[in-house]
Design a protein around this ligand. Structure first.
Ligand code: SAM
Length: 196
C-alpha cells in the first residue's frame, strides 16, 4: 500500500535522523510525532515540542514517561511562533514536523494559523542543517484550513531550488480531503575555495 501523508512524514524523517540530532515538533497534540522523534534521536539528541493547549502537554508527558523518553524531550507550553526564544544562536536543527489544524476530539476553533505557522517555519529554516528536513501535514477541510494550505503552497513554491528541494505529496482520487504533505529539504552546501 502507498503510505498516507502521516506515514510518509515519518518515513522521510527516519531516513535522516540519528541518535544525536536536535529536532522540533511544532504541534505536539497527542504526542504521536513527539514520541516518534524522541525514539529516533535518543540517547544523545533533543526534541523541542510545542503546543498551546495544556491537555496536549499532559497527554504527551504521560506518553513520554511511559516510554522512558523524558530525558531527551523539552516540552514547551508556548506557540511555535516563539521558537526562536528556545533555540541557541546557530543551534543546528536536523528536522521539524508540523501537524497542522486542530487537536482531534478537542476545540475545533483552536487551530494553527498561516501567520504563526509561517513565522515558525522561517525560524526553523534558519537553523536547518544541510540534508535536514521539515515536514508539514496540511489539513484543509476545516474552517481556516484552506488559507493555511494556500500560504504553504505559495511559500514553498518560492523557496529557491539552489537551496531547497520541496515535495508536495497528495492522494488525488480520495474523498474527504485527505491531508497534503510538504517536505522541505535543505541542499548540501558546497563551498568553493579560491586557490591562491
Ligand atoms: N502532532 C500531533 C499528534 O501527534 O497528535 C497532532 C497535532 S494537532 C493536528 C494540532 C495541534 O497544534 C493542536 O494540539 C493545537 O493545540 C496545536 N497548535 C495550535 N496553534 C499552535 C501554535 N501556535 N503553536 C503550537 N501548537 C499549536
Amino acid at each position: 500500500m502507498i503510505e498516507n501523508a502521516l506515514q510518509f512524514s515519518h518515513t522521510l524523517l527516519a531516513e535522516v535522523l540519528t541518535d544525536h540530532d536536535h529536532v522540533v515538533d511544532a504541534t505536539m497534540g497527542n504526542g504521536n510525532d513527539t514520541v516518534f522523534l524522541a525514539n529516533k534521536v535518543q540517547p544523545h539528541g533533543k526534541v523541542y515540542a510545542f503546543d498551546v493547549q495544556k491537555q496536549a502537554l499532559d497527554k504527551t508527558k504521560q506518553r513520554l514517561l511511559e516510554d522512558g523518553l523524558t530525558e531527551q524531550t523539552k516540552i514547551i507550553f508556548d506557540g511555535h511562533e516563539n521558537l526562536k526564544n528556545y533555540l541557541a544562536e546557530n543551534e543546528p536543527i536536523k528536522a521539524g514536523i508540523f501537524n497542522l489544524g486542530y487537536l482531534p476530539k478537542s476545540d475545533k476553533q483552536l487551530i494553527t494559523t498561516p501567520t504563526t505557522t509561517k513565522q515558525a517555519l522561517e525560524t526553523l529554516l534558519n537553523h536547518l542543517v544541510s540534508k535536514g528536513r521539515i515536514l508539514l501535514v496540511s489539513y484543509y477541510g476545516h474552517a481556516g484550513g484552506k488559507e493555511e494550505l494556500t500560504m504553504l503552497d505559495n511559500y514553498c513554491q518560492k523557496l529557491p531550488q539552489e537551496q531547497y528541494n520541496v515535495l508536495r505529496y497528495q492522494f488525488i482520487n480520495q474523498k474527504n480531503r485527505p491531508p497534503i504533505l510538504f517536505c522541505i529539504e535543505k541542499n548540501v552546501t558546497i563551498i568553493f575555495l579560491k586557490s591562491s
